[in-house]
Design a protein around this ligand. Structure first.
Ligand code: NAP
Ligand code: MG
Length: 478
């Protein structure tokens, strides 16, 4: 049963959001050449939060030129320990401002405050701390090699973990001695602008980090700018493929972190209650706006009945609603477009004959919402078993033997992550060897650490972020 709690919303009066943000280029906020601004909203209320500058090709060029100048004249010449000081300073400032950052992340993206407060913002700070530590130890990171920086990195990020994705991208680039032009997602630019303010407060030399807002066209202009030495992209497989085509035949380095359709595999010997919590965390966390979400559940046939019963009970008790409320488990869908995409795929699941169970929670009248949902009787060829839904929707399938689980789990174009639930250590090791996924969690799900590399196989992309692996794309070795 669902206990009724009194509302307990996080205060917002300590947060200052400007009515308009310009582009952060060369260490200051400048008006866009385009003279165009677009609105950014709160997806939980549809209220406008601010106007954001729309960078055009000219603005992209300005940002890249500033990044080049800062690279050649300043950042490249700094002693590595000097670079580390700035990165540590950024990390500490993120910690100091964590409360405001969490509130703005939640207001602009729709995710529950308990996640932005406990996961996104602390991990963003942790990434800067972690890579700050490597800045003056690159010769130990790559022993017996000469390590040098690359130059200007163009970085393009999605809307599901806005500040955290910015940290994943910027921290290793700076630690390795590069300068940056970052393009946040159109729907979630606000914490990137707060990060720009943090860069100023940290006294980071002008031009070392430039942050330009805009839509897909801004990202495309950054990709095709000829003075960018490296592109790092996180987003959809579709856009990733476009970028790969745009860069083929050039010497621009590229890393891609793309979509996923992760299997979460539960064996009959697994502790079922714990596994159900892991399944819930794996798919309903952040409204399923997670590239490594455990969106395909594989349950061993002998335990399908209790697992489904417990899943039903558990999703009925998830609290859906005001993302700023500290008790909320599932917040708002990031945008109307994403909500429509989720609805379209869910409709396809019903049409293709899978059986749908949806939480009967009440949804707010304004904003973009989707009730936690799962499908049983899903077959492997169904769209809901093949395509990334990127919403709070789980597809449940069954298996009899470990071999069958492996074969079914690997049967997608993706290979980002996977989960395995079993008491048997040897089985975990065997599964980890056979599953074609970059990250495999055992008896847990969605756990992240800056020291641990993250990335995919097949259409989930190439290159790793986090850990030592995350430094490699930002250095030249000789
Ligand atoms: P998206 O549409 O691919 O957008 C990602 C970023 O690329 C955004 O900043 C976007 O700008 C920009 N962009 C759009 N078109 C572009 C183009 N032609 N050239 C250059 N940049 C362009 O993805 P999304 O819908 O924001 O994010 C969801 C996807 O990201 C999912 O598929 C998810 O699996 C994936 N993802 C992967 C990881 C990972 O680590 N593997 C992590 C998080 C998310 P706009 O915002 O203006 O469209
Ligand atoms: Mg997009």
């Amino acid at each position: 049963m669902l206990w009724e709690y009194s509302p307990s919303p996080e205060a917002t009066d300590h947060v200052r959001i400007a009515s308009r943000y310009n582009l952060f280029i060369g260490g200051k906020f400048v008006e866009p050449h385009s003279k165009k601004w677009f609105e950014t909203i709160n997806p939980a209320t549809e209220a406008t939060l601010a106007e954001m500058a729309e960078a055009d090709a000219e603005d992209v060029d300005r940002a890249v030129r500033e990044a080049r100048r800062a690279y050649e004249k300043v950042w490249k010449k700094f002693a590595p320990s000097e670079r580390a000081k700035y990165i540590f300073r950024i990390a500490r400032l993120i910690q100091e401002k964590s409360r405001a950052l969490a509130v703005v992340e939640t207001m602009n993206g729709g995710k529950p405050i308990k996640e932005s407060r406990d996961i996104d913002i602390p991990l963003a700070a942790a990434h800067f701390f972690y890579y700050a530590g490597w800045a003056d130890k690159l010769e130990y990171a790559f022993p017996n090699r000469n390590v040098s920086s690359i130059g200007v990195a163009g970085q393009i990020i999605p809307w599901n973990f806005p500040l955290l994705m910015a940290a994943w991208k910027i921290a290793p680039a700076l630690a390795a001695g590069n300068t940056v032009v970052l393009k946040p997602a159109e729907t979630t630019p606000l914490t990137s602008m707060m990060l720009a303010e943090i860069m100023m407060e940290a006294d980071l030399p002008p031009g070392v980090v430039n942050i330009i807002t805009g839509a897909g066209a801004t990202g495309a202009a950054l990709v095709s700018h000829e003075d960018v030495d490296k592109i790092a992209f996180t987003g959809s497989t579709e856009v990733g493929k476009k970028i790969q085509r745009a860069l083929s035949g050039t010497d621009t380095k590229l890393t891609l972190e793309l979509g996923g359709k992760a299997p979460n595999i539960v064996f009959e010997d697994a502790p079922i209650d714990q596994a159900v919590e892991g399944i819930i965390n794996g798919i309903y966390f952040n409204q399923g706006h997670v590239c490594c979400a455990g969106s395909r559940l594989f349950v061993q046939e002998s335990i399908i009945e209790p697992v489904i019963r417990k899943l039903r009970e558990r999703i009925s008790t998830l609290r859906v609603g005001n993302p700023l409320d500290k008790n909320t488990d599932v917040g708002a869908i990031n945008s109307r477009a994403q909500l429509e995409k989720i609805q379209e795929l869910v409709d396809s699941g019903v049409e293709e004959g899978a059986e749908m169970f949806q939480s009967s929670c009440s949804l707010p009248a304004k904003g973009f919402w989707f009730a936690p949902t799962f499908f049983t009787g899903v077959s492997q060829s169904n769209r809901i078993a093949q395509e990334e839904i990127f919403g709070p929707v789980l597809s449940v399938l069954t298996f009899r033997t470990p071999e069958e689980a492996i074969e079914k789990a690997n049967n997608t174009p993706y290979g980002l992550s996977a989960g395995v639930w079993t008491e048997k250590g040897s089985r975990i090791l065997k599964m980890a060897q056979k599953l074609r996924a970059g990250v495999i969690w055992a008896n847990t799900y969605n756990k992240f650490d800056p020291a641990s590399p993250f990335g995919g196989y097949k259409e989930s992309g190439f290159g790793r972020e986090g850990g030592l692996h995350g430094l490699a794309p930002y250095v030249k070795l000789s």
